[in-house]
Design a protein. Structure first.
Length: 406
């Protein structure tokens, strides 16, 4: 029924000669951009599962699908206010404005609420000073989801505000970081008297922690980032522009499949290197493939919870831990197969998997850090699922200024 409706609409509206922007505007106006969003905000008020179904159906009709709403979209939608929704949602969904996440700081990662980047209201503008780090894609972002302290006299979680920071201004300096896998997808971002219009606040002043939790909850959904597929799309300017856009934005994610351990390559790796008859290798592969299948089911349970509009419970953290476990086991099995040669990187002539193995081994550690470390997932499970006592916090309730100085 839903798919038939989408098909009829696409048949009547898709024209491969359209420019990408014009096509996306049509999708927005018709409510097919994010069908789970309210009708007032470019959606159709359908359940969360409809987004994937509709995107898949649009693609099956040979048309270019919409850009996913990412992390900023759901946060702005949920926390507003309306003038912020009006200003930012449309260009986010047409792909005209790209966002990055400015959360982590050198001394505030797992303990994000311990952030010290500060925003002070000066007339009609907020003036921001501080430093962020590990900011994926900050080098090509137009806007940053920035959390900054606006009230040092409130307790830790209560004096934080969530801003939409214009990235292209003199007060914002983005410096790329080089990773041990030789990619460069992160940046340091230095904020020196950076300016944000007074009304560039997402949610409410000093209440940004709640909005930050919405972003973090959505981050878990994007951990197993799908690669864009354009197979079967009608050729034309919209397809060309969508492919160019995806190539640019996915460049920074080129190593993400390696970060997950490349389970898909393990059996073939064992066969081609003649190690598939070794009993230990076979045992380890069997263990990997079964753990991977079980992790997949847990991920499906988490997705199913989200699809019916429920936040995932323990399965979110269990699923994330399982993916870390699978990635580590995959790295171990690849190493067992390749032996010391696995350390050969780049274009060394006999580097296993044409040098990809070295990239796997240097990328897998990121799996247990991004989106909340393994230890933090265990804390969440202990406290929220198993009902264990919370970690002691001697500074609880103190003004953050005093807590920092203790
Ligand atoms: C691939 C990737 C992409 C990222 N993209 C972004 C981005 O776009 N924007 C952004 O802002 N950040 C980003 N990050 C940063 C990420 O959110 C942080 O690295 C993460 O939150 C951990 O913080 P940290 O690195 O400061 O480590 P720390 O918090 O300093 O942790 C160090 C170690 O201590 C452990 N630990 C800390 N607290 C506890 C505790 N209470 N109990 C037990 N153990 C604890 C941790 O588990 C870890 O092993 C990204 C990271 C990665 C790997």
């Amino acid at each position: 029924m839903l798919c038939a409706e989408v098909r009829d609409w696409v048949r009547a509206n898709w024209d491969p000669r359209l420019e990408l922007r014009a096509w996306r505007e049509r999708l927005l106006e018709a409510g097919w951009a994010v069908p789970s969003w309210p009708t007032r905000w470019f959606g159709k008020g359908l359940p969360a599962w409809a987004d994937d179904v509709v995107r898949g159906e649009i693609r099956r009709c040979g048309a270019v699908a919409t850009v996913p709403a990412g992390l900023a979209g759901p946060t702005i939608l949920e926390h507003g206010p309306d003038h912020v929704r009006e200003r930012f949602l449309r260009p986010l969904l047409t792909g005209d404005e790209v966002w990055c996440q400015l959360f982590s700081e050198p001394a505030a990662g797992s303990d994000l609420a311990g952030l010290t980047t500060t925003a002070v209201l000066d007339g009609d503008e907020w003036v921001v000073n501080g430093q962020k780090v590990w900011n994926t894609s900050a080098h090509h972002a137009d806007l940053g989801m920035l959390v900054a302290r606006t009230n040092w006299d409130a307790p830790k979680h209560h004096g934080i505000t969530y801003f939409a920071l214009p990235m292209r201004q003199p007060g914002v300096e983005v410096r790329p970081l080089r990773q041990m896998n030789d990619h460069s997808s992160f940046n340091e971002v230095f904020l020196t008297d950076a300016r944000i219009p007074r009304d560039g606040v997402i949610g409410e002043v000093d209440r940004g922690w709640t909005a930050a939790l919405t972003t973090l909850a959505n981050e878990r959904k994007f951990l197993s980032m799908a690669r864009a597929s354009f197979d079967g799309i009608d050729p034309g300017p919209a397809l060309d522009a969508a492919m160019a856009e995806a190539a640019e934005s996915l460049k920074v994610y080129a190593w993400y499949p390696q970060r997950a351990g490349r389970v898909d390559l393990v059996a073939e790796h064992a066969r081609t290197s003649g190690r598939n008859a070794d009993a230990t290798v076979r045992q380890e592969i069997a263990k990997l493939l079964s753990t991977n299948a079980i992790a997949g089911w847990t991920t499906e349970r988490a997705k199913a919870a989200l699809a019916v509009g429920r936040q995932p419970g323990p399965e979110g953290s269990i699923g994330k831990l399982a993916l870390s476990e699978v990635a580590r086991q995959a790295a171990k099995v690849h190493s067992l197969i390749a032996g010391a040669g696995g350390m050969l990187a780049g274009d060394a002539p006999d580097a296993p998997l044409a040098g990809l193995l070295a990239e796997i081994l240097t990328s897998v550690p990121a799996q247990s850090i991004a989106g909340g470390t393994d230890e933090i997932q265990r804390n969440i499970l202990g406290e929220r699922a198993l009902g264990l006592p919370r970690e002691p916090d001697p500074n609880k309730g103190l003004p953050y200024r005093d807590a920092r100085n203790r």
